[in-house]
Design a protein around this ligand. Structure first.
Ligand code: SIN
Length: 476
């Protein structure tokens, strides 16, 4: 790919037209083709990863973590190229893509340090002739399926704790964004991480890869980021071999503005949360609830700021919102808007009609609460606003969903902050803050938004077994 400064990043994977085609969502032009594996090859990969894992876990943790630190450095040294790939195949504005590279790299650095702290315990025994202790051991081969919306960070957020724990890690990146995945993996190899410890595979058929990852007995841990619909099915498949799973699934994040909020800060948070990656993140604010007394002020300030946002090619430095990932995504979001409008919703910001895979930022009021726009995950730059009066009814509405990933609210009243944070049935709550993702905090959802956590010390635990050892026959 001639746009890259470092030509080694994709040198070993680009094919001469055979394999998985990768397109630029900005203009649907063909970017590259990468190799695809059949099911038998992926099964063979798993067997190799099993051998690789055994050798990897025998390495002293300090050695594993040094290799990971080298990987982290190489990612930062190549951040412009990686950001370029993210923008080209995912559409995200370049400045956001660069943010993703740094965010993704931060997991590697953090887990390279945390891997050294995989502590067990000693436990006081009931009798003097026994000592009881626990040790932490790598769970084995870990497999993952990752999405297109964060083609780098969703891989490193899973791979880094896996490698730090002593697991090997095999991953199917999204067919839409494999270039970033292969490039970041190439840097791991250049850092010295073996090919049978970290591997990306693109299947001839996504379903086949999912089957190997979820049914193969040698895969002991399966991690997925994607929709609740697909996650539910994969989780059932994993049941056949009782695998440990982490599921980062869909969300329907409420964003609540109380009448004691700092409105300027709420507007800033709303824009940051809603329009990140054109609204295509699981933690994007999905539905907005604004209390009566501040409703007019909030929407007036919001409209003024949203209409300044520039929609365009992610490669343009001034772009705030890039294209959606595909034609189908655009159609789905347009249908949601039209359906809500057909039931009385009104757009109150500037209407812009855009060609290609773009959807302009859209603010809708008078939206009925039971519409699919409010009840499901939008995954687009659309912001439905609902007026409310009473806090307890508001919380009940916010919790009335199968999802429980992220929620946001703005208030300056300390009692309310504690009360509402406690009562929201969500795995992550942003208070006076629209961007909450960080490597140091546990990312994950309640209810049908999934299980398990990524990032933080909880993220390492997902890849570790706790083994209890009882030493008996002691003479004390
Ligand atoms: C996601 O959308 O799945 C991840 C978003 C994040 O890490 O902030």
């Amino acid at each position: 790919m001639k746009q890259l400064k470092n030509q080694t990043l994709l040198a070993s994977v680009l094919t001469d037209g055979k394999g998985q085609q990768v397109f630029n969502p900005f203009d649907d032009s063909l970017l590259a083709t990468v190799p695809m594996s059949c099911q038998a090859k992926i099964e063979h990969d798993v067997v190799e990863m099993e051998a690789g894992q055994k050798a990897w876990q025998k390495k002293p943790v300090s050695e594993r973590c040094q290799l990971m630190k080298k990987w982290h450095q190489l990612i930062l040294q190549n951040e412009d190229d990686l950001a370029m790939l993210i923008t080209l195949e995912g559409g995200k504005p370049l400045k956001e893509a660069l943010g993703e590279v740094r965010y993704g790299a931060s997991f590697i650095e953090w887990f390279a340090e945390e891997g050294r702290r995989a502590y067990g315990n000693t436990i006081p025994s009931a009798s003097n002739d026994k000592t009881i202790l626990t040790v932490k051991q790598a769970i084995g081969v870990a497999a993952a399926i990752t999405p297109w919306n964060f083609p780098l960070a969703m891989i490193t957020r899973k791979a880094a704790p896996a490698l730090a724990a002593g697991c090997s890690f095999i991953c199917k990146p999204s067919e839409s964004t494999p270039l970033t995945a292969f490039a970041v993996t190439e840097l791991a190899y250049q850092a010295g991480i073996p090919k049978d410890v970290l591997r990306m595979v693109v299947g001839e058929n996504a379903h086949d890869v999912g089957e190997v990852f979820t049914y193969h007995p040698s895969v002991r841990k399966f991690s997925f980021t994607g929709s609740t619909l697909v996650g539910r099915k994969l989780q059932m498949q994993c049941a056949s071999t009782i695998k440990r799973t982490s599921m980062e699934l869909g969300g329907n994040a409420p964003f609540i503005v109380f009448d004691d909020a700092d409105i300027d800060s709420a507007v800033k948070g709303a824009i940051a949360s809603k329009f990140r990656n054109a609204g295509q993140t699981c933690v994007c604010a999905n539905r907005f609830y604004v209390q009566e007394a501040v409703y007019d002020e909030f929407i007036q300030k919001l409209v003024a700021e949203v209409d300044k946002l520039k929609v365009g090619n992610g490669l343009d430095e001034s772009t705030d919102i890039g294209p959606l990932i595909s034609k189908e995504a655009k159609q789905r979001v347009s249908d949601l808007i039209e359906e809500a409008k057909g039931r009385g919703a009104r757009q109150i910001n500037q209407e812009r009609s855009l060609e290609g895979n773009f959807i302009a930022p859209t603010i809708l009021i008078d939206v009925e609460h039971d519409r699919p726009l409010v009840q499901g995950e939008i995954f687009g730059p659309v912001l439905p606003i609902i007026r409310f009066s009473e806090e307890d009814k508001m919380i009940a509405m916010a919790n009335d969903t199968i999802y429980g990933l992220a929620a946001y609210f703005y208030s300056q009243d300390m009692n309310r902050i504690w009360r509402v944070a406690h009562n929201l049935e969500y795995g992550m709550v942003g208070v006076n803050e629209g961007i909450i993702s960080t490597e140091v905090a546990p990312f994950g959802g309640m209810k049908q938004s999934g299980n398990g956590r990524e990032g933080a010390k909880e993220g390492l635990e997902e890849y570790l077994e706790t083994k209890y050892v009882c030493i008996g026959g002691l003479d004390r």
